[in-house]
Design a protein around this ligand. Structure first.
Ligand code: ZN
Length: 136
């Protein structure tokens, strides 16, 4: 069980990985902290998210920046789990990281979903909106 070092609250959520350490956010006071991993095992949550983003068309570097694990790790997972991405040259993905409260506002603008729609995936304490756009 994880505790917030600032207010001792147990109300903490995963909030990314930094330098291979699990990062948490306290939902009560907003404090961010990291916890050393036991062993070198990366949480399966981030393996799944990384592969999901890879399939959505994001590059290794983008995934590294968003999730906080090295692009080499991501490449190794793609190999290990035998992930084959479908190449579609007509579309490219763009993405935004939004908080829970920003999501409804995003969807009220029809331009944000028109054309190809969007996919929403949870990412730690935020949400990632991946939008597909046609190459012009
Ligand atoms: Zn706290």
């Amino acid at each position: 069980m994880k505790y917030c070092p600032q207010c001792q609250s147990k109300n903490v959520v995963k909030s990314g990985v930094i330098n291979e350490k699990q990062r948490y956010k306290c939902k009560d006071c907003g404090y961010h902290f990291t916890v050393n991993k036991t062993g070198k095992q990366i949480d399966m949550y981030y393996v799944t998210k990384a592969l999901q983003l890879y399939l959505e068309g994001l590059t290794y570097r983008e995934i590294e920046r968003i999730i906080g694990v090295s692009h080499v790790s991501v490449m190794n997972w793609v190999k290990k789990y035998n992930i084959n991405k479908v190449k579609d040259l007509n579309y490219h993905p763009t993405y935004k990281i939004l908080s829970q409260s920003e999501l409804p506002k995003y969807f009220t603008d029809p331009n944000n979903t028109k054309g190809a729609g969007v996919i929403v995936t949870e990412l730690g304490d935020k949400y990632m909106v991946i939008k597909w756009e046609r190459f012009k």
